[in-house]
Design a protein. Sequence first.
Length: 126
Amino acid sequence: MATGVMHLFLVIIFVSFTFSPAYATPGTATFYTKYVPSACYGSKDSGVMIAAASDPLWNNGAICGKTFTVTCTGPTNPVPHPCTGKSVTVKIVDHCPGCGGTLDLSKEAFATIANPVAGVIKINYQ
């Protein structure tokens, strides 16, 4: 009996380490509406589920093309309950020096996760 319990314990440990959840990074998001040209892709249209990276993430463009799943976690201003409860996956296509947030989402991506009237929201991204 002890062997069966030990085996079960080892299986649980293995599964918990194999499928451990990814940790999200907190930040803030704003939105923008003019998508072309972009710092990463010039005049190439990259669709609307896109974002621009702030200075701390930009890293001389090394972040271009990376994708992030972004979730609204709350307001940064008096707009109550801006979050929709959804997440959105965006591709980094641009740089937003001094944009006031961690990520500057396309308006379409922002509207998926929050009420655009909020303007700036708290997010988690991974």
